[in-house]
Design a binder for this molecule. Structure first.
Ligand SMILES: Nc1ncnc2c1ncn2[C@@H]1O[C@H](COP(=O)(O)OP(=O)(O)OP(=O)(O)O)[C@@H](O)[C@H]1O
Ligand SMILES: [Mg+2]
Length: 487
């Protein structure tokens, strides 16, 4: 009866009679009074967490949503909810029999407010189909939400204690369960996300990366400082990101180094195939969708974009993408000798720099970006200047120290009668670490350290002979990389 009267007042009388009420001599407008009255009859409040934050093309996954979802997966398991969704998951130990539970649409589960005997909150999941005219991507996907309902008198407790606590627990669960992923920019047919992923199970680590131990230690120290640099980056007001440029001939361990970095940091890898990215907007969208604790990789950067930026004449031009001037024209280099001449580059250098620079300033947290190239001398200085690529790492031909670590790894050999010869030959000829590793790999059950090292000596001697005859100059073409300093 009371609620019917209230309904009558709010729908019929209230708009027609702008009543003012007096309470202890103070005038109260009808609206706050109505709210108070309404609370008498429905004292519950709700808070909704959307899966995506921000609007339109700038939408990105909400960390609050993810953390609460992770927390509720445990609550779900212990609840009496009838309809749950189960997703297969791989644990950090590699076990593939794990399940992660979540609520199906419309399902509700309850949770206790710790410290307030018997006080309960209720969580409900719902999702909305995207509007038909939506343009795809995050905005074109189903919109998922989690809503909490609680008694209004617990508002402070829920906001100041309960939600921060469960978000913290959710974060810990995410880290604990996290199976690292290797993402590639192929749109997922299942989720509509611009990224598809597979489990990242690369066994490459710094222990298995053959290079001079002193240089390796420098890189590991640099990564360690970055990983633990949250306060430093906040204090100096820089985005918490670091750029690495890995350069050197094919087969010298650039991709191996990236895997080792991701394993060391315990980060995901986002591998961007830039030649399939058609505009700045698309690149921005891809980068926005990357998560914290990730290594963003653009391999063979010299083959992926028009490195000459705006300076070259463009054969073709397409209309801009409405980003305020950053060029997205499809370009084909006129200079056919350019490394990118064989590739139609959709991104220009200035486009790439505009997007990445702009993005780091708003969401650059805990990200490493790595560019690799075989031809460092062809890279535009703008691309690799400090602040963009903080550290330039040359992955050169196999030196004696790198060989020694391979011999230890492959045959557990620290010293051998052939080591001196090999050291001398490696100073003379340029052989990639991949080739040295291949010679050290046993090919049959009869192969042992002696036969493998002898095979390596033979291959090195042949290469030395060829070099002396001026026959194989192939490798030498890429040697002039000293103009970029190690930093
Ligand atoms: N420094 C290294 N330490 C250990 N293994 C290496 C090293 N360099 C190369 N290898 C071996 O050679 C293979 C090829 O190396 P990798 O793919 O890392 O070379 P790359 O420099 O990325 O070449 P590209 O320029 O062609 O991409 C690897 O699978 C690895 O087994
Ligand atoms: Mg590679």
């Amino acid at each position: 009866m009371a609620s019917q009267l209230l309904y009558l007042y709010t729908t019929l009388l209230s708009p027609a009679l702008p009543l003012r009420h007096t309470f202890f001599g103070r005038h109260l407008s009808s609206r706050p009074l109505m709210r108070r009255l309404a609370r008498l009859f429905d004292p519950y409040r709700t808070l909704t967490f959307d899966e995506y934050e921000g609007g339109g093309r700038m939408a990105r996954r909400s960390s609050a949503y993810e953390e609460i979802k992770a927390y509720l997966s445990v609550t779900c398991a212990a609840s009496d909810a009838q309809h749950l969704r189960a997703e297969g998951a791989t644990g950090r130990d590699g076990a593939t029999d794990k399940l992660v539970l979540s609520m199906l649409d419309g399902e509700e589960i309850s949770d206790e407010l710790a410290g307030v005997g018997g006080a309960t909150v209720w969580w409900r999941a719902r999702s909305e189909a995207p509007p038909r005219s939506d343009g795809g991507g995050a905005s074109g996907q189903e919109k998922r939400q989690l809503t909490i309902r609680y008694h209004g008198c617990y508002h402070g407790l829920v906001n100041d204690a309960y939600l921060p606590r469960i978000r913290q627990q959710g974060r810990e669960l995410i880290v604990k369960r996290r199976q690292r992923k290797l993402f590639t920019n192929i749109r997922s047919v299942y989720t509509g996300s611009p990224w598809s992923h597979v489990a990242f199970e690369q066994p490459k680590t710094f222990a298995t990366l053959a290079m001079d131990p002193a240089r390796k230690k420098e890189i590991v120290d640099d990564l360690y400082t970055f990983k633990n640099g949250k306060e430093y980056y906040a204090r100096v007001g820089k985005p918490w990101k670091r750029g690495y440029l890995l350069y050197g001939p094919p087969g010298t361990g650039k991709s191996t180094m990236i895997a080792a970095m991701a394993n060391y940091l315990d980060y995901d890898i986002y591998d961007i195939e830039l030649t399939t990215v058609r505009s700045n907007t698309e690149l921005r969208k891809l980068l926005i969708e990357t998560t914290r604790k990730s290594v963003i990789v653009i391999e063979d950067i010299d083959c992926s974009i028009d490195l000459t930026g705006e300076r070259m004449k463009k054969k073709k031009k397409q209309a801009g993408d409405g980003n305020g001037g950053a060029s997205t024209s499809a370009t084909v280099d006129e200079d056919s000798s350019s490394s990118s001449s064989s590739t139609t580059s959709w991104m220009t250098l200035s486009g790439l720099l505009n997007v990445t620079d702009g993005l780091w300033s708003c969401c650059g947290e805990e990200r490493i970006i790595v560019f690799t190239t075989n031809f460092v001398e062809k890279l535009d200085r703008a691309l690799i200047r400090k602040g963009r690529m903080d550290r330039h790492i040359e992955m050169g031909y196999c030196g004696f120290e790198a060989f020694r670590s391979l011999a230890k790894m492959y045959h557990d050999v620290d010293a051998h009668r052939l080591f001196d010869d090999i050291g001398e030959l490696l100073r003379e000829v340029e052989m990639t670490t991949a080739d040295v590793a291949e010679h050290l790999t046993p090919k049959s059950s009869e192969d042992n350290p002696d036969t493998c090292l002898e095979a390596l000596v033979k291959a090195l001697q042949e290469a030395a002979k060829e070099k002396a005859n001026g026959g194989s100059e192939m490798n030498m073409q890429d040697g002039g990389q000293d103009d970029i300093d190690e930093q």
